[in-house]
Design a protein around this ligand. Structure first.
Ligand SMILES: Cc1ncc(C[n+]2csc(CCOP(=O)(O)OP(=O)(O)O)c2C)c(N)n1
Ligand code: SF4
Ligand SMILES: [Mg+2]
Length: 351
């Protein structure tokens, strides 16, 4: 058995969102991951975010690769579309689905092995093309599913459970996403739901490539002293540069912070991200500063979290390709073969 179904009965007075759905309507099957795995906390944050956003589950397509992290879409949004692809190939499958049907919300879930090793090229191209998606990496520094080998995001000098030292330079997917042109880049921690839920909500409303790297401890293979992805290490070295409130379009904006300490950023759909600065020298609108800051703080042993970069005016792959507003899968034969006269007119426009 690959999943455990949840009983359908639930309390009749569970809170409902604007669509009349309860939290349960956004859940999936019972998780079969190890008790305490960070990935389960991320699933719970995803459920919370979509419930609070009042998104109808059938409007979401969740895609993943292979790994414990890539199994998690079975444990949330059980009423959404889903596709569990091949190891490292989620981004190209997601890109194709997005091009065929732009009407869905695309949620890619991956692991550090899935995205920073076998799928690194796929990760890179989905970022640089600006595919409209939320791309979450559940980053534990190991290949959890295949018994805890170091992954490419493991820090140099960090130790495996058996005491082996990792000598390889780590790949920082946040830095790569910044360099490759992602327009929403964040890092969070599976143990910090207060930070993660608004980040996911804001990423869903963002148009363009939204990337969230979530440090997600693997309790079976990477939660010991000497690991830099353990619960203890991340709690001790977590430096949040800002805190975020997400306000959908219809919600009244109430000023509850001292002037100057907050910045409201309006996204294309009118939703507002209210950013409260925790570090005076950090500006999430400055891509180059973000890259410099992250590398300097990493050298000091800090894990910088929060909304690290945002281009609120970003556009996506559909804008670059100038595709029609109607999802391509809805076009019929007449739209796709407009006839000789239309072809002649098009050819003439290119002469
Ligand atoms: C093409 C291919 N190569 C290798 C594997 C073996 N494999 C399965 S999961 C995995 C790594 C998973 O690590 P990660 O993506 O970090 O996920 P985690 O289990 O840590 O959440 C590997 C190497 C595979 N399934 N397919
Ligand atoms: S092996 Fe690690 S990543 Fe996989 S379910 Fe267990 S704790 Fe989570
Ligand atoms: Mg992993």
């Amino acid at each position: 058995m690959t999943y455990l179904a949840k009983p359908r009965l639930h309390h009749p007075e569970l809170p409902r969102n604007a669509l009349g759905f309860t939290h349960r309507d956004y859940e999936g099957s019972v998780s079969t991951l190890c008790a305490g795995c960070g990935h389960d906390s991320i699933s719970s944050a995803i459920i919370q975010a979509f419930f609070e956003l009042d998104v109808a589950p059938h409007r979401v397509a969740k895609l993943s690769g292979i790994g414990c992290s890539s199994k998690t879409p079975t444990y949330f949004l059980g009423n959404s579309h889903g596709f569990n692809s091949v190891h490292g190939r989620m981004p190209s499958v997601l890109t194709g689905a997005n091009l065929a049907n732009r009407d869905l919300i695309y949620l890619g879930v991956s692991g550090d092995g899935d995205s920073a090793s076998i799928g690194l090229g796929q990760f890179a191209h989905s970022m640089r093309r600006g595919v409209n998606m939320v791309y979450i990496v559940e980053n534990n520094g190991v290949y959890g599913l295949t018994k805890g080998q170091f992954s490419a995001t493991a820090d140099k000098g960090s130790k495996s459970k058996r005491g082996v030292v990792n000598n390889d330079t780590p790949i920082d997917l946040v830095l790569l996403a910044l360099q490759l042109g992602a327009s929403f880049v964040a890092r969070s921690f599976s143990g910090d739901k207060k930070q993660l839920v608004p980040l996911i909500k804001a990423a869903v409303e963002h148009r363009g490539a939204a990337f969230i790297d979530v440090i997600s401890p693997c309790v079976a293979f990477n939660n010991h002293a000497g690991s830099t992805k353990s619960y203890d290490y991340v709690r001790e070295h977590n430096e949040a540069v800002n805190s975020l409130d997400f306000m959908p379009l219809r919600q009244e904006i109430v000023a509850d912070y001292a002037p100057g300490s907050v910045r409201d950023v309006v996204q294309h759909d009118g939703s507002v991200l209210r950013l409260r600065k925790l570090h005076a020298d950090y500006d999430p609108a400055d891509r180059l500063l973000a890259m410099d800051y992250l590398q300097r703080r990493h050298a000091e042993g800090e894990i910088v979290t929060g909304l690290l970069y945002l281009d609120a005016d970003a556009t996506d792959l559909h804008a670059a390709l100038n595709t029609v507003d109607t999802p391509l899968m809805q076009l019929d034969e007449r739209d796709l073969t407009p006839g000789a006269a239309a072809l002649e007119k098009f050819n003439a426009s290119l002469r």
